[in-house]
Design a protein around this ligand. Structure first.
Ligand code: CA
Length: 365
């Protein structure tokens, strides 16, 4: 039902209307004509890791493309291709690097295998929130390192949205002690999965389409996904009713990344428009996730029980995370450099956060 509603009201229809309105406005305005004469029309192909018009992430990138078109007076057209149309979901990085396509929209943590440091730019378990991650990127040196490391793959990255805090996942059984984690099979990617492994969990990677069936059949015992808004669509509540609060993805970063040579050939105006549209997208996506998660939380099925992991587990997770970061730093100089920059930001951010946001939220209650 929800899915049908979503397709019916998809952004495709909305953006088509907006685009034709934009064309009409352009034809009727003097500025539009001047702009058309001044700026050569550019068309770029962007592939995503999501299904067509996937809520929030997919519709976010649809809107980004629409905004680039509007802001450029129609001189910059970004054609968005959902997963598996031009390239498979998790080959968008390679395809953009090899200039088979111009750009991609995806999650940074998917590319840990290319360079372990990329998992830090994607977000840290028990680490920075979305707002804090963006602050590190923009003001604390994160962007410089990310761009330097992506340049080796002929890529130029921009933050392209962020999820806000994610939930800890859906479990078939309650977790009360560390022993309850031993041998548990859980779908959990990235550094969160590495930490869980140290706690005795068997982390597995599954494509989105296979998670629900695996949970229902008992092939896996638990899964994380995103938050109430997107998790509800997956039907996890039927198979695993214990819904745990989050710790492993407090502020995951998504990216709009361009082939670097292609990016450098764009005019300064088009680069500025893309940068501005990506910032707008990031702010909007964070708010959209917050609002839709808050709404979806009110509408979860009655059998769902919201739980928080026991303190003994989170204490063990903190120790395990320290070990994972130490192991990765020993293996990769880039990981160590990114972590050093990240931790330098944490050390100046935390005292301020403690007396501002954290303190206020405790007072507000
Ligand atoms: Ca997740």
């Amino acid at each position: 039902m929800k899915r049908r509603d979503f397709i019916a009201s998809s952004v495709l229809g909305a953006s088509a209307l907006a685009l034709s309105a934009c064309h009409r406005a352009e034809e009727n305005s003097e500025e539009g004509s001047v702009n058309r004469l001044k700026t050569k029309k550019v068309t770029l192909k962007l592939a995503t890791s999501w299904p067509a018009h996937f809520p929030i992430m997919g519709t976010g990138v649809d809107n980004f493309a629409k905004r680039c078109f509007e802001l450029s007076g129609g001189s910059l057209e970004i054609k968005v291709f959902p997963k598996n149309i031009l390239v498979p979901a998790l080959q968008v990085f390679d395809a953009t690097s090899a200039a088979q396509i111009d750009a991609f929209h995806s999650g940074v943590y998917y590319w840990k295998g290319k360079n372990p440091a990329f998992s830090i730019f994607g977000g840290m378990p028990l680490g920075l929130t979305s707002e804090e991650m963006i602050t590190w990127m923009k003001f604390g040196g994160g962007y410089e390192l990310w761009r330097e490391m992506y340049a080796k793959f002929n890529l130029y990255p921009l933050i392209g949205g962020t999820t806000g805090p994610q939930m800890g996942g859906w479990f078939k059984k309650e977790i009360n002690t560390l022993a309850d984690l031993k041998g548990l099979k859980m779908r959990i990617p990235g550094l969160g999965g590495e930490v869980m492994k140290k706690l005795g969990v068997n982390p597995v990677l599954l494509p989105a389409g296979e998670i629900y069936t695996s949970l229902e059949r008992g092939t896996i015992d638990a899964t994380e996904w995103v938050g109430p808004a997107l998790d509800s669509m997956m039907g996890f509540a039927k198979a695993a009713p214990f819904y745990y609060t989050g710790w492993h993805e407090p502020g995951s970063i998504l990216e709009i990344t361009f082939n670097k040579a292609r990016w450098e050939k764009l005019s300064k105006e088009h680069q500025a428009i893309i940068t501005a549209a990506s910032e707008e997208m990031t702010g909007n996506m964070l708010c959209e996730f917050r609002y839709k998660n808050a709404k979806a939380l009110q509408e979860l099925p009655k059998n769902v029980q919201i739980k928080t992991f026991p303190k003994v587990m989170m204490d063990a997770a903190k120790v395990a995370l320290g070990e994972v970061l130490k192991d990765e730093s020993a293996k990769s100089a880039d990981f160590k450099r990114a972590l050093t920059s990240y931790e330098a930001f944490v050390s100046i951010n935390k005292p301020w956060d403690d007396i501002s946001t954290k303190n206020f939220l405790e007072i507000r209650g």
